[in-house]
Write a protein that binds this ligand. Structure first.
Ligand code: GAR
Length: 203
């Protein structure tokens, strides 16, 4: 399966996907990266990994829809079958989603539906939860509201700050996200309403 990654920043999740999936016999491969922030570190990572990278600055577009239509075109031209949001810091619109129905997934650094949106580890610390984690979910038009595919829990420790909790959560993201992309590529995941079925996995 040809995977297109959208990212905005450092790209540690992009790296984890490449490291896990670019192996002999893998059912999925990252074939392109599109980054909406020119100069972001993820572009360097793509160059090093030999993955085609395209920088498209969203600020040069007149609307979200116009930008997403361009993304859909670029991904479509490259034969992408699954769109993976890996630290992609923008909402997506039907201009992208309608081109890839049920084929857009995201990783979020909290146990949704708690703490959607930006700075999720900061939100979790401010709220005072004892357990946070990460969520991989299908993407719909809302902010982190699509059907949940998998979650991993991470304890909040007494001395945690945003950086230490964020790093502990990312460690889980790097394990969970490639595993889910692999399952999607193998065709074993199905969705009934909001419930996502993963045979053999007790949710
Ligand atoms: C990741 O922790 C990801 O979950 C988060 O941004 C980070 C990007 O790190 N995404 C969101 O907050 C989306 N709402 P990375 O660029 O090193 O992969």
């Amino acid at each position: 399966m040809r995977v297109g990654v959208l990212a905005s920043g450092s790209g540690s999740n992009f790296q984890a996907l490449v490291d896990a999936l670019h192996r002999e016999g893998s059912p999925a491969r990252v074939t392109c990266l599109i980054c909406n922030v020119p100069g972001a570190k993820v572009l360097e990572r793509a160059a090093k990994a030999g993955v085609e990278a395209v920088a498209i600055d969203h600020k040069t577009f007149s609307s979200r829809e116009a930008f997403d239509a361009q993304l859909a075109k670029e991904l479509g031209e490259r034969g992408v079958e699954l769109v993976v949001l890996a630290g992609y810091m923008r909402l997506v619109t039907p201009a992208l989603l309608s081109r890839f129905p049920g084929r857009v997934v995201n990783v979020h650094p909290a146990l949704l539906p708690a703490f959607p949106g930006l700075h999720a580890p900061r939100q979790a610390l401010a709220y005072g939860v004892a357990i946070s984690g990460c969520t991989v979910h299908f993407v719909d038009e809302g902010t982190d509201t699509g059907p949940i595919i998998a979650q991993a829990a991470v304890p909040v420790l007494p001395d945690d700050d945003e950086a230490s909790l964020g790093a502990r959560i990312q460690k889980e993201e790097h394990r969970l996200f490639p595993a889910i992309v692999r399952e999607i590529a193998l065709g074993t995941i199905s969705v009934e309403g909001r419930r996502v079925k993963r045979p053999g996995v007790i949710a």
